[in-house]
Design a protein around this ligand. Sequence first.
Ligand code: HEM
Length: 364
Amino acid sequence: MGARVFALVLAALLTGCGGEEPPLALAAESPKPGEAEVIAELIALTKEASLEARSEAQEDDASASRVLRFNQPKHSGCLQAEFRVLPDLPEALRVGMFAEPRAFPAWIRFASATAGPDTQKDFRGMSIKLMGVPGEKLLGAGDTQDFLLNSHPVLFVGTPEDFRDFVETSLDTHPAVFFLNPLKPHFKEFGIVREGRQHHASPLSIGYWSTTPYLLGEGQAVKYAAFPCQGVSAPELPDPLTDGYLRDAMRETLAAGGACYDFMVQTQVDAEAMPIEDATVEWDTALSPWQAVARIEIPSQGFESARQMAFCENLAFNPWRSLPEHRPLGGINRARRELYEALAEFRHGNNGVTYEEPDGNESF
Ligand code: HEM
């Protein structure tokens, strides 16, 4: 037996004949075999679901010819903002675009996960696009850096396979079958949806979370969140709720002076308790608290001109439009690279839109 083979056999014996997995390293990914096929299926299914959503919209309104986003199709608005990296960050956080205290102009799109009236409970989204971020990106040419956040700390599925099964089951039968099928139940996921869908008072008064992890330099993983700045008062829910109350609340806040968010990171300190590959697990803030790295100022502004609404409708975000120092991590994020590119192209192609990334000089 050669020395190399002997060493391998010895290592296998010492770790229980290969039965035990080696401990996970911080920020390490562990993709399952077959992931590329799952992602290809997910892309085909989300295109099919987007077309089905258009057919359903056409039953109510024959002129509804546009293909909308598969997720977050109903925007309250897109707002201009400034994203200011804080001074005096701890050394470990001074990475990539957080290396220096500097300000980036931003567009932020606030939207709801489904196209229904605001009277329905839903998840909300906050999509942040920074401009003037120098350096080569993981996807696309240009100076933009995107962050996509949802109004709940965890995603309702943990892996690309589960997302694929959810979309497939929803198309074939009903979403409830995915959650409650006694042969393959997803009760935890059902609980997340029940808890996460809410009547939110305003898109500008709630917290948003990335739910999935990102690198912050080699060997360090973080999740992101944006929380309303302290002292910001939240409006009351209107009574009764109306179809468009979220946009009304946004208009009122912006007319009264603007809005403000703290942009936060939470560092992974335990690879088992704070997994990279399961987006249904909330990382415990007792193990690792949120730390502010930037402040987002949204000044008083109008946002409802027809041209600005069309711009908002056609914008496209992708978590991979990012500096390599902030590379998306985990299966859900790996799926999103090709998926968001394919779906934005599909949406723009169907709607006759030639898409260009914004540069911050837009005026409406
Ligand atoms: C495998 C899991 C996921 C799938 C299949 C998925 C799918 C999609 C698709 C197809 C779009 C529309 C893309 C376009 O037409 O431009 C979208 C948009 C969006 N997704 Fe996801 N998504 C996933 C996970 C997530 C996660 C983890 C978050 C954040 C917590 C998220 C937040 C958003 C937001 C905020 C938008 C709207 C972007 C915009 O404003 O244009 N998604 N998603």
